[in-house]
Design a binder for this molecule. Structure first.
Ligand code: SF4
Ligand code: SF4
Length: 79
């Protein structure tokens, strides 16, 4: 049986990120990893396993630069 799609996703703003890795360290689900972002030339977090992410927001709360956060999907309603 297919799993329900998560009702949220993790957004990273590379231009705000300073590459400290706190979000990766505090993610207890191993959903994030640091990688070299060629566009910004920085090391930034990336969601490597969205299925493991439970939307706990620890990454968002611990980021000192507001560079990672959860975005909740708004369900489209049929009119
Ligand atoms: S919301 Fe929680 S589980 Fe998902 S990436 Fe952030 S810290 Fe990890
Ligand atoms: S905690 Fe924030 S600033 Fe640090 S690596 Fe994660 S997103 Fe970047």
């Amino acid at each position: 049986m297919p799993k329900d799609k998560p009702e949220f996703f993790v957004r990273v703003e590379p231009e705000l990120c300073k590459g400290c890795g706190l979000c990766v360290a505090f993610c207890g689900r191993d959903a994030l990893k640091m990688y070299d972002d060629l566009k910004s030339g920085k090391r930034v977090p990336q969601v490597v396993n969205m299925e493991r992410c439970n939307g706990c927001r620890l990454c968002e709360w611990y980021c000192p630069d507001f560079a990672i956060y959860i975005v909740e999907k708004v369900a489209a309603k049929a009119i």
